[in-house]
Design a binder for this molecule. Structure first.
Ligand code: NAD
Ligand code: GLY
Length: 359
């Protein structure tokens, strides 16, 4: 087992990574404060992993809310349902909310924990690759609004993250691939050695090899913990780098009504577009663009926004959260392993990239 730490002063917390952690009462119990515990999970994950988790808890009172599965259920209404359970059972400020599931459950349960009595303890037990490498770490919580994804939310750091890599064995292959997009992102963003490692081990990852998966969860969490420790609230620019590939990807996702692609799939295409635009600007070398394209493709992810008109993607990009003073900021690459945030680029380079990769 590995233990990492997100360094945030008095709000620092551990990330435990290893196989079979859920059944380790000796590890889980000390990480769950309070007498009363509410576990939030969903109808897919609960039958698989709730018994192991509950067997490891020592809480005097334990309740569970099992939500329907799916992004469409990451709503204020469902958050309100969970809050109702806390209120009607008179859970106090010393209660703990545990999220058992992927990013949907983690974001919603974290938002509930942030709001209930202005904030109660929250433990993340991520069970998808995407949640283990990204969403469970860093304290971004929230729900969707009909007007947009993650529009309602709060920063609320967990008190612990328990990443049981054995849970990844039951993950559908498409979800595994979607998680790999975020791992490729970390390599491209700031770790050329990780990128190279992925080029050599992508087939093991796709085959679900436990050792390879544990390696990428650990390295991804190290990077995310470092970035969050530097820029918890995305105020200094460091954390915005985590959006590499996301501005392009989100635009394709929203242009297709979030129905065609998983988030990670859109990020895959977005990473290629960010690299292609960086090439347009004479930053990354042609062979580096080929490497990015090849790795994303080998990971079984889309490499272009096929079927979406470039003008539509551009329109969706302009309503991105990274628009500042009317100018869209983009995360681009100087080279593999070195990303930067900029609002200073020629508009026609963006348009040429979208023409080449969308439509
Ligand atoms: P998800 O939570 O919908 O999980 C994907 C699917 O896998 C679901 O059907 C789920 O029930 C199933 N599943 C989960 N664990 C499983 C397991 N071990 N075995 C079998 N099936 C399992 O999706 P996700 O990709 O984990 O997360 C996406 C969400 O995360 C989005 O809502 C996104 O906005 C959010 N997100 C948040 C952050 C953040 O920083 N807070 C970062 C990235 C993404
Ligand atoms: N996934 C982006 C962030 O946590 O900031």
């Amino acid at each position: 087992m590995d233990t990492l730490k997100v360094e945030l002063g008095t709000r620092s917390y551990p990330i435990l990574i290893g196989a079979g952690l859920l059944a380790r009462a000796d590890l889980v119990r000390p990480l769950v404060p309070g007498r009363d515990v509410l576990i939030v999970s969903n109808t897919t994950v609960a039958p698989l992993y709730l018994p192991a988790l509950t067997g490891s808890l020592a809480a005097q009172r334990r309740l569970e809310v099992i939500l329907p599965d799916g992004e469409v259920h990451k709503t204020l209404e469902n958050a309100s349902r969970v809050l109702d359970v806390l209120v009607s059972n008179r859970f106090g400020r010393d209660s703990t909310v545990i999220a058992l599931g992927g990013g949907v459950v983690g974001d919603l349960a974290g938002f509930v924990a942030a709001c209930y009595q202005r904030g109660v303890a929250f433990v993340q037990v991520p069970t998808t690759l995407l949640a283990q490498v990204d969403s469970a770490v860093g304290g971004k919580t929230g729900v969707n609004h009909p007007g947009g994804k993650n529009l309602i939310g709060a920063f609320h750091q967990p008190v612990a993250v328990i990443g049981d890599t054995a849970t990844l064995a039951t993950l559908p292959p498409r979800e595994l691939r979607a998680g790999l997009a975020e791992v490729i992102k970390y390599g491209l963003m700031c770790d050329a050695a990780l990128f190279e490692w992925l080029e050599g081990h992508i087939d093991e990852l796709l085959a679900g090899k436990a050792e390879a998966l544990a390696h990428v969860v650990r390295r991804s969490c190290e990077i995310k913990a470092m970035i969050v420790g530097r820029d918890e609230r995305e105020e200094r620019g460091d954390r915005a780098l985590l959006n590499l590939g996301h501005t392009f990807g989100h635009a394709v996702e929203s242009a297709t009504g979030y129905r065609r692609w998983l988030h990670g799939e859109a990020v895959g295409a977005g990473l290629v577009m960010a690299a292609a635009m960086s090439r347009e600007l004479g930053l990354v070398r042609p062979e580096e663009l080929v490497r990015v394209h090849t790795l994303v493709e080998r990971a079984g992810l889309p490499t272009r926004g096929a079927g979406v008109a470039p003008a539509t993607v551009l329109e969706h990009m302009r309503i991105d959260k990274k628009v500042l003073g009317g100018r869209l900021r983009l995360v681009l690459l100087r080279r593999i392993g070195n990303a930067f945030l900029t609002a200073d680029y020629p508009e026609d380079a963006l348009e040429r990239t979208l023409q080449a990769y969308c439509g």
